[in-house]
Design a protein around this ligand. Sequence first.
Ligand code: CTP
Length: 443
Amino acid sequence: MVKVITYGTYDLLHYGHIRLLERAKALGDYLIVGVTSDDFDRTRGKINVQQSLAERIEAVKSTGLADQIIVEEYEGQKIDDIKRYGVDIFTVGSDWEGQFDYLKDYCKIIYLERTEGISSSDIRSKERELTMGIVGDYASYINKFQQEDKYVNGIKIVGICTENLEEMNKNIKTFPVITKSYNELLKSVDSVYVSANLENRYELIKHALDENKHVLSASPMCQNEKELKELFDLANNKKLILMEGVKTAYSTAYSRLLLLVKAGQIGKVISIDVTCTDMRYSSDKDYKMKSFERWGSNALLPIFQILGTDYKNHRIIAHFSDSQKSQDEFTKIDFIYDNAVASLKVAEGAKSEGELIITGTKGYIYVPAPWWKTDYFEIRFENQNDNRRFFYQLDGEGIRYELLAFTRSIQEEKKIEYIDEKTSISISKIAREIKENKNVIEI
Ligand code: CTP
């Protein structure tokens, strides 16, 4: 019996795929089809795949051409599969010509002519493209953000509104709309990314929702939990997406870490210690953000997402800059829960190790600095032999995953909830306390 194997993503199955499978089948007596897992696709940079693994497997099955379907999960798996299943022929489309020649030591390689004029990418991009505008003042962040839409099918950044036009013009590529008028920007887009100063975010988000635009906002979204609740209600009533943009929340490593904790891998969580610091901009006179505004949401995220938002007690200790009383150079917050404790440190005017440690009754998770943009973490136990290391690709600092989740949520008319509303509202409550100097001990 001649066994043939082929691999692919098979997103939105089309006749190019079917023609390939038919010809692959005809090469032998038994056809094995490897369908790529979502994680494997992500690690090789294919982040736009629209259907889930289960849907893609179902589609391949429905062709009736595969005798066996397997999942491709890791780099190098092809050699393992060829040996394990006793494969005689490996085949893929000619778009891969030459790339799998290294398998010739194990079986015969055949590249089949790719069908012209159709691909999953084409089908995906034919869906109507959403437009996005950016409103904000921080050139460096906007620069990073505007480079990411090319990786995400279905959304295009077409405009920018900023008070800082002169400064921005030096840095940004030419958008069709560059304006100081927020109304003008809103008229030209379906959605906005609010990247302005914290004190202006509430008004900007509200205005956009009033104009029926979807909103992705930098975090914290507001300095007042009641205002944020009002914004969520407004968005929900109008069936608009309002999403908080803390890029760490959308990264694969962080999502996996949360799942492992929830699955009890380190036992019950007793303590969380989290630190974020960055002094790069602290000497910049125009840089208005300070420690909590810049880092608070990132640091609160693992605490609220693991221990919840119903803490019994908390204490904020802040050191404000001498010249500007409103700006915290260093803030430490302790939370007491029924059976756990958490502590965060954020600073723009002090430096420390930006790590995350989650202490459990069986072991702990260690995420090295800078933990908020990590692709790596470890689970550690008393017996070092039990330790496990996890690596996940992080592209574009997580911004593109955030943009992808936002785009998908709009397309599917349902928010993909990486950060739930309760967590966002609790973050804005702490922001208010710092602004109002409530529950704050000054040092
Ligand atoms: N294929 C083909 N003809 C096409 C499209 C794909 O022969 N028009 C083949 C590929 O060469 C591969 C298999 O079908 O052997 C699965 O390809 P996949 O990457 O899943 O499909 P694409 O349509 O190329 O997807 P994308 O646009 O996301 O790259």
